[in-house]
Design a protein around this ligand. Structure first.
Ligand code: PGA
Length: 248
C-alpha cells in the first residue's frame, strides 16, 4: 500500500495578517516538491479564511488546530467544524498534547471532536504521545494504546483520519526519539489502527511530530510507517518548512 506523505505545519499561537507573505512563499515553493507530498498549513483561527483564499488552486491545504465538538450553540468563544469548513479548512488537528495539558482535554473529548470533524466532511488529525516520565517507566506504548482506544472515532477511514505520534518530550525541545523507537511506535500504532478500523487502518497516515526540521527530516521520514510529519517551530517559515517536504 502506498500512502502519500503529508507534511503538516502547526503554527500554534503564531501569525498575523502580515504572515500571508510567508504563506505565499510556502505556496510558491511547494510547486517543486515531489509529487507524493501533500502540504498542509494550520494557522490560528484568525488566519484560516485569508489563508484558504490565498491557497486556493495551490498544493497547500489549510487546516485548524482545534474545534468544538458541537455543531453550534451557546459556547462562547468556540468554533465548530462547520465554521472551519466554511472558512476553507480541510483538516483539523485534535488532541494536541498542548491542549491535552493546558485545556485538560480528555480522550473522550478528543474523540468527540474528531467525530465532529469527520461528520463535517473534514479530515481529523488525532495527536497521541507519551511524556518523558511515561517513556522512562517503559509505558510509552501502553499510554499511546490507551489514547488511541479512547480518542479514535468509530467509523473513521483512511480518507478522513490521520494520526500524529508526538512524544511530548520531543515537542519544541530539539530532541527526537531514535529511529528505532519511532519505528517501534509507528508499527504499534499501525497494528492498533488495523485492529480498530480493519482494512481502513492500513491506509491511515501516521505522522511523526516533535522537533522535526530540515536536518532530521530525511532520516525520520524514511522510517517504515512514518507517513509524514507534524511540524511546529520549523513550519513558520518557507525557508525551514519546504526542505522538510523535499526530504521525502
Ligand atoms: P515542534 O512542534 O516541531 O516545534 O517540536 C511539533 C508540534 O507540537 O506539533
Amino acid at each position: 500500500m502506498t500512502r502519500s506523505k503529508l507534511i503538516a505545519g502547526n503554527w500554534k499561537m503564531n501569525g498575523l495578517a502580515a504572515s500571508t507573505a510567508e504563506l505565499d512563499k510556502i505556496i510558491a515553493g511547494s510547486r517543486d516538491l515531489p509529487a507524493r507530498v501533500e502540504v498542509l498549513v494550520c494557522p490560528p483561527f484568525t488566519l484560516i479564511d485569508r489563508f484558504a483564499d490565498r491557497a486556493e488552486r495551490s498544493r497547500v491545504a489549510i487546516g485548524a488546530q482545534d474545534v468544538h465538538a458541537k455543531e453550534s450553540g451557546a459556547h462562547t468563544g468556540c468554533i465548530s467544524a462547520a465554521m472551519l469548513r466554511d472558512a476553507g479548512a480541510s483538516h483539523v488537528i485534535v488532541g494536541h498534547s498542548e491542549r491535552r495539558t493546558d485545556q485538560k482535554e480528555s480522550d473522550a473529548e478528543v474523540q468527540a471532536k474528531a467525530a465532529a470533524v469527520i461528520a463535517a466532511g473534514l479530515i481529523a488529525i488525532v495527536c497521541v504521545g507519551e511524556t518523558e516520565a511515561e517513556r522512562d517507566a517503559g509505558e510509552a506504548t501502553a499510554v499511546v494504546g490507551r489514547q488511541l482506544a479512547g480518542s479514535l472515532p468509530a467509523g473513521a477511514t483512511a480518507a478522513n483520519l490521520v494520526v500524529a505520534y508526538e512524544p511530548v518530550w520531543a515537542i519544541g525541545t530539539g530532541r527526537t526519539p531514535s529511529t528505532a523507537d519511532v519505528a517501534e511506535m509507528h508499527a504499534f500504532i499501525r497494528g492498533r489502527l488495523r485492529a480498530q478500523l480493519g482494512g481502513e487502518g492500513e491506509g491511515v497516515r501516521i505522522l511523526y511530530g516533535g522537533s522535526v526540521k530540515a536536518s532530521n527530516a530525511a532520516e525520520l521520514l524514511a522510517v517504515p510507517d512514518v507517513d509524514g510529519a507534524l511540524v511546529g517551530g520549523a513550519s513558520l517559515t518557507a525557508e525551514q518548512f519546504l526542505p522538510i517536504g523535499q526530504a521525502v
